[in-house]
Design a protein around this ligand. Structure first.
Ligand code: GAL
Length: 800
């Protein structure tokens, strides 16, 4: 058996510590196998794969599996990985670090159980030092279960969906998630950085242990350092050492526009010798919540313009790849969003890292319900896990400048009985208990709980009092920020009753469009997060829809025209966008909220002679619409009506035989933006648009290719359908093939799909070695397209 470093496993080393990315060379079996945890079990017939992996997304769409979990069957999957343990590791600490496991499961090493992962949205570490066969063969076995259908209300995915690391440390070392960096004082002239380090292995010993901290600036310059002697003779297994504060002159503040990141490099020296080293990024910024101005970042008012979504990444299912997250952030930013609420569970570590890098403000959420019964994804009851979940979660995420608030749950004020807490006071005591534990590990951020239906005494929609007694729920009176799902028209009445409330709309209905945004007091309130603004799997309102699709972006991140309406509100940049009404759409009640979407698309390939209804979305004063150069009229932006602001409706516009429709937006009589749609011809060929990004070899990076049917002039044909085949050669693989259709019955595996609205999306995964990758896309009756791509040598792995 080859040694780890040769089994396509990347390692990053720092003196004393080895971090092996343990994602490569696993075996997988779908189904439960009674003795698969045994060391001697024969897995030679199992499928070989690399992580991250979501075994549910590969399974057939199954109507009978139900809409909540995305029409995928529940089940169990087993993973095994064989590896050789280096003899030189003996006497040190060897850990398996799992970043998560959907939905929960167990881990064995050489047949011995080493850890239970009871809440799979958070990770766990297994100390395998005493079980390893040093210098010989070892096998790790993982059982992953999706749990029962009723355990979540949306698609979760299944399996080893995030990174796994094998870590080798000295017995005296920095603990897992053991570095806490705060900036207790921040001004433009000076910032104070306070670092606390948790140490393992110094109990009952008198050792000469020193901590050396070096701070590097955003440009990599060495700025400051401190040297501290670690506490001695401590009886605790783990000790938290507070290091002397470090001053930084003229700090570069972290903000959405300038997400500057500093690095703290902490070295642990024993008897003068380096035994461990950890690098953590952090930002210098202040956050402030108040009744007067909602939220301020670095003393400046910022209104949260966000989405509240689940963790899946479209065709990849729940499997986490950094590039897929980066792509989401870039698209959100391009449309003026600055915020994500990670409903209703902690997302990946890479999500937080990339939010730091791209200046996205995160409301970091622990769970949906505090429950022992339905909607609880834990392997054990919430009442037995919360005190383990909270430290793991807070210690993992507390150094991220992007994280501005902790959310302890969702829609709970009437559900306390579910949680196994017998306090019976509308969640108030439960919240306070959880909040105390959060503050133990991070007292720098406020906590909240999202609430709905939002009335006192467990007020439920449909009762006569609900619309007449607008009294906010008890829990909102004690949470540090009052987070309400929907209900924005009630907020002023709540403030009459409780003027101290700091209000955040933790879910806004996409069907209310920008009415939810303009309907808030933006000067005084914190912000809003559009629920399901990106299509997600599960929580479908009926087959063949595979998930929530009342969204502004498809699951492939293609914007629907309404995304431009949101952009017109979120950004000052003048814009106009035409959306042609395809159908009346649907309005329906879902979880007591009116949802739905008028189906609108942006193209001018319609039936000859049709009369079309159009929207133009604009933030300009007025729009003139012209068809084939002839004016249809000019209409004003109804700015004074918060529900219709930026929306202009055009009824019965004659399409004729097609041609061109143009919207000209003017402010103070001057053209500030225009949008035109042109009728295109018959599909003649395929085209490939390679999304701009670097592409690293090393097996973990992705490349997205947009495939479109085009006419003889190269213009996209949005009505084109039919099969496409994608072939990839070179050291890369086709990870998923998608077409953005949320009602698809196709899987994303394989090299064939159908065009949807003339579109398909190929997602390629890099191989280990840098080099040339050839891609060919073909379709019957259309000229094929080819691209020659290249993967670059991957940079050394950052120490996790
Ligand atoms: C909310 C809930 C979300 C989602 C949404 C759909 O009440 O918090 O998780 O179910 O409804 O409208």
């Amino acid at each position: 058996m080859p040694a780890l470093a040769q089994t396509q496993t990347q390692a990053a080393t720092a003196a004393g510590r080895l971090n092996y990315l343990f994602n490569f060379g696993w075996k997988f079996y779908l189904g439960d196998v009674p003795d698969a945890s045994a060391a001697a079990f024969d897995d030679s017939a199992w499928r070989a794969l690399d992580l991250p992996h979501d075994f549910q997304i590969e399974q057939p769409w199954d109507k009978s599996a139900g809409e909540a979990r995305g029409f995928k069957a529940m089940g169990v999957g087993w993973y095994r990985k064989h590896f050789k343990a280096d003899a030189a590791w003996q006497g040190r600490k060897v850990l398996l670090d799992f970043e998560g496991l959907m939905l929960f499961g167990e881990v064995w090493l050489n047949g011995q159980k080493v850890v239970d992962i009871d809440y799979g949205y958070l990770g766990a570490e297994a100390d395998v030092s005493k079980i390893l066969n040093y210098g010989g063969d070892n096998v790790v076995a993982v059982r992953a279960s999706t749990g029962k259908t009723w355990q979540q209300r949306w698609y979760t995915g299944g399996g080893l969906f995030r990174d796994v690391y094998l870590v080798v440390k000295e017995t005296v070392a920095i603990a897992r998630n053991g570095v806490f960096i705060r900036t207790p004082q921040v001004s433009e002239q000076r910032a104070e950085v306070a670092v606390q380090v948790e140490l393992d292995g110094i109990s009952n010993q008198s050792l000469d242990v020193t901590l050396l901290t070096v701070i590097y600036g955003p440009d990599g310059a060495r700025l400051a350092e401190t040297r501290t002697r670690a506490p001695q003779g401590i009886r605790l297994a783990t000790v938290e050492a507070a290091l002397p504060a470090i001053g930084i002159k003229a700090p570069k503040l972290w903000s959405c526009e300038t997400p500057h990141l500093y690095t703290a490099d902490i070295s642990l020296l024993k008897d003068g010798k380096l035994v461990d080293r950890v690098s953590e990024q952090f930002g210098i910024r202040t956050v402030e919540f108040s009744r007067e101005s909602g939220f301020k970042l670095n003393g400046r008012k910022v209104f949260l313009q966000g989405i509240a979504n689940h963790h899946d990444l479209g065709a990849l299912g729940a499997a986490v790849y950094e590039r897929a997250i980066e792509r989401l952030f870039l698209q959100l930013k391009a449309f003026g969003f600055n915020h994500v609420r990670t409903s209703h569970n902690p997302y990946s570590k890479s999500f937080m890292r990339l939010a730091d890098k791209h200046g996205i403000l995160v409301v970091d959420e622990l769970t949906d319900k505090w429950s022992e019964r339905e909607y609880w994804p834990g392997q054990k009851p919430f009442s037995q896990l919360w005190y383990r979940m909270i430290p793991e979660w807070i210690k993992r995420d507390r150094n991220h400048p992007s994280v501005i608030m902790w959310s302890l749950g969702n829609e709970l004020q009437m559900r306390e009985d579910y949680a196994g807490f017998p306090t019976g006071d509308w969640g108030v005591t439960t919240y306070k208990l959880l909040d105390t534990l959060v503050k133990r590990y991070d007292a720098t951020r406020k906590t909240t709980v999202a609430m709905f239906p939002s009335r006192a005494n467990g007020g439920v929609r449909g009762t006569p009092e609900f619309n007449t007694k607008l009294i906010p729920p008890e829990l909102s009176l004690v949470t540090e920020v009052a987070s309400f799902n929907y209900q924005f028209p009630a907020y002023q009445a709540y403030l009459q009753y409780a003027p101290h409330l700091i209000i955040y709309q933790s879910e806004a209905a996409t069907s209310t469009l920008t009415g939810a945004y303009f309907g808030m007091d933006k000067d005084k309130m914190v912000g809003l997060a559009y629920w399901g603004a990106v299509e997600y799997w599960g929580e479908s309102n009926g087959w063949p829809k595979k998930g929530w699709n009342f969204s502004y972006f498809s699951h492939a991140l293609e914007p629907f025209p309404q995304a431009y309406l949101v952009k017109s509100a979120f950004s000052d940049m003048p814009l106009v966008r035409i959306g042609v009404v395809d159908g009346v759409g649907e309005q329906l009640e879902w979880n007591d909220v009116q949802v739905g979407k008028v189906s609108v698309s942006s193209h001018w390939n319609r039936a000859s002679g049709s009369q079309l209804n159009l929207f133009t979305y604009t933030n300009a004063d007025e729009v003139e619409l012209l068809v084939n150069g002839v004016t249809v009229g000019t209409q004003q932006n109804p700015r004074n009506d918060p529900a219709r602001r930026n929306i202009i409706y055009w009824k019965s516009v004659a399409y004729g035989n097609g041609g061109q429709v143009v919207a000209v937006a003017r402010t103070q009589g001057r053209e500030v933006a225009r949008h035109e749609l042109q009728t295109t011809g018959k599909a003649a060929a395929l085209s490939i648009e390679v999304e701009a990004s670097d592409w690293q070899a090393g097996g973990m990076d992705l490349k997205y290719l947009k495939i479109r049917a085009v006419d003889g002039q190269g213009h996209p044909v949005p009505t084109a359908a039919g099969d496409v085949t994608v072939e990839v050669s070179g050291d890369a693989s086709l990870l998923a093939l998608d077409n953005g259709d949320h009602s698809t019955n196709e899987l994303f595996t394989g090299k064939r799909t159908t065009l949807h609205n003339g579109f398909a999306l190929a997602i390629l995964r890099s191989g280990m070695a840098p080099g040339v990758v050839n891609v060919k896309v073909s379709a019957p009756g259309l000229a094929s397209a080819v691209k020659v791509l290249r993967t670059d040598r991957s940079p050394p792995l950052a120490l996790a």
